[in-house]
Design a protein around this ligand. Structure first.
Ligand code: CU
Length: 393
């Protein structure tokens, strides 16, 4: 079963961008005027969910975890009516969107907007200026995928949709956020320890029973057999996966045993395709990969999201999903072995591997590789205290 069956809205193939291509049109500022608005209704509420054996008072969008998929074509407008049934200050952030002309809808509380009033609705309205995929983010599990369809940069047979890799916390965000932004120099304090790791909101390790409260070290999670996220490949066909690190703190390495990943886009930029077996993704990063179904029709493999433990901490450092070819028996548990994962200091893919297809983007100056070293947001060495009732923008 796929978590996001709705991927590929019915008119995604109408290609309203006309003859524009990834090679000749700037993916940053050439969005077509489609005249189309995609409308969504989101309701935020706190509810107890139990995904991995622990009761967790989570914030959900429309009672779903992960939240619902948003889909649009490049150039469309997206309207989201967000109704908040929560007593705490909250907004929704649409990660990856430029918000040209609509900075107040970026969803940063105290900066771009005041928090939504409890019981009230705020209409966010912004344009799909770029194409690719993104996530709407909020701590405490209110997170969902966004897919914007645009000119194709590579041929493939099926779009399997979003694959969200995410750390998970069986406790409210207040504690981990306080630890991460505090003054401690202790790695075991300022790097919050996650309780689990998920692929599309599904664990492959769980705690035993229906537990509440603080984890004790005596209670270790163990591997489970049911409820794992599952993907179906076809022998001889190629599939597109839209990877998103939608987590709060954990650096992820994505891999599928015995399969090469052809990377065709990173974040919102189509690139010259390159091959790899293990793909690193920092928080909020996205990548489009093609899998060429090179294995036998009855084969099954593990897909893995492995946490980079040199910069992230957690009780579960690897989560698996199942990949079945079309004739593989559904009850067969894969026995494949992982690729070696170079657990270095959580660095990005070297920039000489990610060459944009649109030539002008190659001329931009880039500040070297990205490292997860930033702990809090500072301007001129001063911390920033946000006044929620007086948004700065
Ligand atoms: Cu963002």
């Amino acid at each position: 079963m796929l978590s996001f069956d709705a991927v590929l809205m019915s008119d995604a193939q109408s290609e309203p961008w006309g003859g524009q291509t990834c090679y000749e049109s700037n993916p940053y500022d050439a969005a077509p005027e489609t005249g189309v608005t995609r409308h969504y209704n989101f309701t935020l509420s706190r509810q107890v969910i139990n995904i991995d054996g622990y009761d967790n008072l989570a914030i959900l969008v429309n009672d779903l975890f992960p939240g619902p998929l948003i889909e649009a074509n490049w150039g469309d407008w997206i309207d989201v009516d967000v109704t908040k049934h929560l007593d705490e200050g909250s907004t929704l952030h649409w990660h990856g969107f430029k918000q040209t002309g609509t900075p107040w809808y970026d969803g940063s509380p105290g900066i771009g907007q005041c928090p939504i009033v409890p019981g009230k609705t705020l209409k966010y309205r912004f344009r799909a200026e770029q194409y690719g995929h993104y996530s709407a983010q909020y701590a405490d599990d209110a997170v969902g995928p966004i897919v914007i369809y645009g000119p194709k940069s590579a041929d493939y047979d099926h779009d399997l949709g979003p694959v969200m890799l995410s750390d998970y916390y069986d406790r409210p965000y207040f504690g981990p956020v306080a630890d991460a932004t505090g003054t401690s120099e202790d790695f075991d304090v300022y790097v919050p320890a996650s309780d689990n790791n998920f692929i599309n909101g599904r664990p492959s390790y769980a705690y035993n029973g229906s537990l509440t409260g603080t984890h004790s070290s005596a209670c270790d999670p163990s591997e489970i057999d049911t409820g794992l996220e599952t993907f179906r490949f076809k022998s001889g066909k190629s599939d597109r996966l839209r990877l998103i690190n939608s987590g709060a703190a954990a650096f992820q390495y994505f891999s599928i045993d015995e399969h090469v990943l052809e990377v065709i886009a990173v974040d919102f930029t189509p690139i010259k395709p390159y091959n790899t077996t293990v793909l690193p993704l920092g928080i909020g990063q996205r990548a489009n990969v093609l899998i060429h179904g090179s294995q036998a029709p009855d084969a099954a493999y593990w897909m893995r999201a492995t946490v980079g433990t040199n910069c992230s901490r957690g009780s579960v450092n690897e989560t698996k999903a199942m990949v079945y070819y079309d004739q593989a028996p559904q009850d067969a548990r894969p026995t494949s072995q992982p690729y070696y994962i170079p657990n270095t200091w959580c660095t990005d893919v070297p920039l000489d591997k990610t060459i944009p297809l649109y030539p002008k983007l190659r001329e931009l100056e880039v500040p070297g590789s990205i490292q997860q070293t930033c702990r809090d947001w500072q301007a001129y060495s001063e911390g920033n205290v946000v006044e929620q009732s007086d948004a700065g923008l």
